[in-house]
Design a protein around this ligand. Structure first.
Ligand SMILES: [Zn+2]
Length: 390
């Protein structure tokens, strides 16, 4: 029988209520025994909702818990992400633990970042490097032949789950997932941005997935070796780019790592870009930083200005992440990053700035030294290509 939209909405409401109740139960738990009970129930409910492709219930439950500023919000978000990226699968007589992962890469290029495809041979090479340096050496790995930009990544939990299923399907056939370029949506070209090499890693049930789970190896050491060993192959896949590989991890946590690391990377990229394509160096720069507000602080906008003329040559957005807010003392962190890139003059604006964009091209406006929101203007007579930095 065809269901009316209202009956579907009623069911969604009940599922959302049930998710909220279970997540709140988990927060009140006082023992490991209760944790196990609540986690099992919560996971079963989430799996049911995902199977029904009911994205609305997941989001309604998360929104309501977020409005209440409840700790249960974090528990529910963790549980949903876990159910989307991790699955125990049974194939014949074998049982595998399978995890959606990403190997993020931060990159910038004076030409702006293009689309990057990865050949099957390159996927094979990366997969061997991953097994040797990051994952269980007996893991099976299937990767996707395309480096996703942040806005090409699946938008919803259900879409992420579907992509994970498609990659797992390839893994079970011992293939990589080869997409046609037409299957990926268009992306805006930025000077500096993230790219994601997605994949699924499978190990025998209960085995360690990552090297750092075995022998107590430190993730930091593994990240350092990954940066080194991935250099050569990444320079073939992404020529003419400056790159920094981020530690490959479970999908959601690795995306958060990449978001966080991109903020510093973009500052480095901006200073290098200005000094390579114009005569503006760290010493001749004045950097102005202002907080842009909607109802609350949404982001910082960082303007790179000429110290003599105060013209704004270039700007970047520093987004707030996770629980950060106006009390997070990000000013000091941003200033420290700028200083490490050779910028000595930094001015913080104390006024609350509006979140304004250019009406013609849609790019963000950046504060000048007076706190007025202005369009970036390229330096005259320099070989300067106007680029947006993410
Ligand atoms: Zn414009």
């Amino acid at each position: 029988m065809k269901q009316s939209p209202s009956s579907k909405r009623g069911r969604s409401f009940r599922s959302a209520e049930s998710l909220i109740r279970l997540a709140e139960g988990l927060v009140t738990s006082g023992s490991r025994a209760e944790d196990v009970y609540w986690n099992k129930k919560l996971e079963a409910e989430i799996k049911k909702v995902i199977l029904e492709k009911d994205e609305i219930s997941l989001n309604v439950a998360l929104d309501k818990l977020s409005e209440k500023e409840s700790r249960a919000h974090e528990e529910l978000a963790d549980a949903i992400e876990g159910c989307v990226e991790f699955e125990r699968i049974i194939v014949g007589e074998k049982t595998f633990d399978s995890l959606l992962i990403t190997a993020p890469i931060l990159a910038w290029s004076t030409m702006g970042l293009a689309n990057f495809n990865v050949s099957p041979e390159q996927l094979e090479e990366i997969s061997s490097l991953l097994k040797k340096h990051v994952f269980n050496q007996n893991a099976q790995i299937s990767l996707v032949n395309y480096l996703y930009s942040p806005d090409q990544l699946p938008e919803s939990f259900i879409e992420t789950r579907q992509l994970k299923k498609a990659i797992t399907h390839s893994l079970l056939k011992e293939h990589h997932l080869l997409l046609d370029e037409g299957e990926i949506k268009e992306t805006a070209t930025f000077l500096a941005d993230q790219r994601h090499l997605l994949g699924v890693v499978a190990v025998a049930k209960g085995e360690h997935i990552f090297r750092w789970q075995d022998n107590f190896a430190q993730p930091e050491e593994i990240e350092a070796s990954w940066k080194k060993v991935s250099q050569e192959i990444l320079s073939k896949i992404m020529p003419q780019c400056a790159r920094d590989a981020v530690l490959p991890r479970a999908y959601y946590v690795a995306c958060r790592d990449a978001d966080r690391q991109l903020r510093k990377f973009s500052i480095n990229a901006s200073v290098s870009y200005l000094s390579s394509s114009s005569s503006v160096t760290g010493e001749s720069l004045l950097v102005v930083i202002g907080g842009c507000y909607d109802r609350q602080l949404e982001e910082y906008r960082i303007s790179f200005c000429d110290k003599r003329t105060f013209e704004v040559y270039h700007g970047i957005v520093w987004p707030l992440l996770g629980p950060e807010d106006e009390f997070s003392e990000l000013n000091e962190i941003i200033e420290q990053y700028l200083k490490s890139c050779g910028v000595s003059e930094v001015k913080f604006l104390t006024q609350r700035l509006p979140l304004e964009y250019c009406e013609d091209c849609g790019s963000p406006l950046y504060p000048n030294i007076e706190g007025e929101m202005v369009h970036t203007e390229q330096p005259e007579s320099d070989d300067f290509q106007h680029q947006h930095i993410h």
